[in-house]
Write a protein that binds this ligand. Sequence first.
Ligand SMILES: [Zn+2]
Length: 455
Amino acid sequence: MAFAAIHPDAGRIDATLPDLGRGLTWADVYKTRPRVELRCPECGHGVHAKVSARKLRYFAHDPGRPANCTWLNESLEHHLLKLELATAIRAADWYAELEVRAPDGTWRADVLASSHDGTRRIAWEAQLSPITNEDIQERTERYRVEGIGVCWVSPGGKSPWMGDVPSIRVQEPRDGRPWTVIDGPAAFYFEHGTWIAVDDLALTAFIRWVLHGQTFVHQVRHPYRSIWFGASKSWRRRPLVWTTSPHVDTETRHEAMRQRQEERKRQREEQERQAEQQRQAEAEARRIEEERQREAQRQEQQRQWAIEAEQARQRRKAEERQRQEQARAAEEQRLRQEQHEQLLASQWWAELSPAQVQELRDAVAEPLWKSQATRAEFDAQGATADSAYGITIYTRRRLHGILRLSPASLQRLPPVVPVYVRNAREAHQLTDTGNIDPGRVIHFNLPDHEQMSLI
Ligand SMILES: [Zn+2]
């Protein structure tokens, strides 16, 4: 079905216009006798005027139509939409032609809107069938080259090209509402910083605004290409929207603000980066300084240790000197003591004559011989320091006692063995020192002076 046909006399006629666009009436072509030879503007095949059950006037191909005619398979829905578009264009006081072909066949518009002065043309394409994005871009470009604007109109369903080319989605009349634009136009809200879809716009109003230049296609700036659809509460990508100058200005203003913010953010990040660099440099300087201090401390510690080690060495040396000094002093003391004891011992023994010494030896030996038949052996070395400057006495090769040790050398006395002296006076000389148990001292009451009778 189609709305346009070629009349043999009037030329192109339009079923949607009361005078068919050519000063005729519907009665001039509908069910006439004889029949008017109408032809299809697209394929040239014969067509005839018809009225649908809904009282819609249109042209249908005669039997035997060519299968490849573009208008052939178009649906009633498609035609109704085209009719609606044409009606809205005419209501805006523009010319509307249906099913128009370019003279050279490069384009073919469903509805071509033209301003009265002929300077502006906009094609309105009711695109119901699927079309690839590539094809629709190419057809849009063809219009652009011809200086013709275009708006692709989708009556619902999937239209992947929506927003990639100048386009709108419309909804057919329902619930007492007329044809409504539900996708395509958008308004920019500064406070939200986004485009928001205008999804409730009467198609006739939209077309009037577009034809009058109040609404136009706008290429959305990249940061704003996600557009909010309140009805479906979703974001959709839309590179192109229909809008008005104030909204474009608002987007421009918002973009300027956004770029200022980004610039400030960039500056802030740069400052933070520099501050971080500064912090790192300071931390590095601190680390180096701490390392230097640790090294200085380590060296100081080593120096201290060296000093302490030297001091300890000196101290040990001094202690060694002191020990040697003390040892020498002790040795000197010992020698002095020994010399002293030797002196006193020689004085002690000088008190006795050899006879008196013999007398004492006999006094020890005789009782042993008499009572036990034991011979007393006197150390041939005489008085020695080991015997406290007394004379060691053995019986049966065993230590028996000490004969007349020197009172000044009691500390040298071997333990336990008895000590023999001449008389009580000598015994007292020993015991008076307090350094010997009196029970160990045995005396014989020998006289202190030599007996004249012994001479
Ligand atoms: Zn045809």
